[in-house]
Design a protein. Structure first.
Length: 346
């Protein structure tokens, strides 16, 4: 009975994506120069960090490639429909792959989609935007690494951009046939003006993970909040509602306006940190289970209002430091890191 149900579900999914492919093909009906922007998050991935990257990348693409048509295909569309739109991609099309923290066995959904884009378009220049790279030293992790290594290294014109120094070291080790470089998280490229309130709300924002990448258990979380001597709110960048393509920018701007209202931010969320930096808010950063935050922290040596706390008990002391820091200097991220990435597609 279970096998029959699985076959029925498989057939239903096949028909759903077969009919969906007609809508996807319409996106490719363009006459000018094109960029294929692949493996973006679907609406069901209601993570504000992932969706914010899409907004920032579109912003960057429109600035760096005026006159180009941008054809977007999300992760699921690649996985289920690449065979339908494969013939519609020409060798002159440039391919950009979405940024994030999923190049590895933890993000196998994203990694599967990325592999399919790289495998199916060997004659196109492909730029994979900044990624945290992490294949775990387990039987599963090493098996997935070998698959990615074989696919990536077989492509003649693939560039992998790492999101931190440790990821760059791994990229050079694993993907020796590819061009490699590093750049910070792409949301830092966002150029929209952020509305700064004249007066803050007098509260602290704890932007904390509630998933398996959190290094804080329930007891530690309670102690962290209990040690705060100010009123506070708790927030996570993964929200319950879907985020449609039309809502991406609105949700990002709403989140940035919300961050800007607080006295300071405490976060173990990568994009909690990025949003805080865009708003120039004093920020304390906590570690996660991998190097996503700790290794990427090197980008912010010149950002004096952001500091790392070695433990949750260290947060009150570090909070005093960031609150008394007067400098709100941040580098010009686009001039320093992002604008030059177009050279890999020339």
């Amino acid at each position: 009975m279970i096998k029959v149900l699985k076959k029925i579900l498989h057939l239903l999914r096949y028909f759903v994506w077969f009919f969906k492919s007609f809508e996807i093909k319409k996106r490719f009906r363009t006459n000018g120069k094109r960029i294929i922007y692949g493996i973006t998050p679907p609406a069901s991935l209601s993570n504000l960090g992932d969706q914010a990257q899409v907004v920032a990348i579109y912003d960057w693409l429109h600035r760096m490639y005026p006159g180009y048509d941008i054809v977007e295909v999300n992760k699921n569309e690649v996985i289920y429909c690449v065979r339908y739109f494969k013939k519609l991609v020409t060798e002159s099309d440039l391919i950009i792959l979405h940024s994030g923290g999923n190049l590895g066995d933890r993000g196998i959904w994203s990694e599967t989609s990325r592999r399919l884009m790289i495998q199916n378009f060997p004659n196109n220049k492909i730029l994979s935007l900044p990624q945290t790279i992490n294949f775990r030293d387990t039987e599963v992790g090493m098996k997935e690494l070998k698959i990615s290594e074989s696919i990536y290294n077989a492509h003649p014109n693939l560039t992998i951009i790492a999101r931190d120094s440790q990821s760059l070291s791994l990229a050079n080790k694993y993907f020796h046939n590819c061009k490699t470089d590093k750049a910070p998280d792409f949301v830092l490229s966002y150029t929209a003006k952020i509305e700064t309130p004249q007066k803050t709300n007098g509260k602290v924002l704890f932007c904390l993970r509630e998933d398996n990448e959190s290094a804080i258990d329930e007891t530690q979380r309670a102690r962290l909040l209990g040690n705060c001597d100010m009123a506070y709110d708790v927030f996570d960048t993964t929200i319950p509602q879907e985020i449609t393509n039309r809502e991406r920018k609105q949700k990002l701007d709403e989140t940035l306006r919300m961050f800007a209202q607080y006295e300071y931010i405490v976060t173990d969320r990568f994009h909690g940190l990025i949003f805080a930096i865009l708003c120039k808010k004093p920020t304390i950063v906590l570690k996660t289970v991998d190097h996503k935050l700790t290794s990427a922290f090197d980008w912010f040596d010149d950002v004096k209002f952001v500091k790392f706390a070695d433990s949750i008990d260290d947060v009150p002391r570090v909070a005093k430091q960031v609150m008394t820091e007067e400098s709100r200097f941040v580098p010009n991220w686009n001039e320093k890191y992002f604008n030059g990435l177009v050279n890999y597609l020339k």
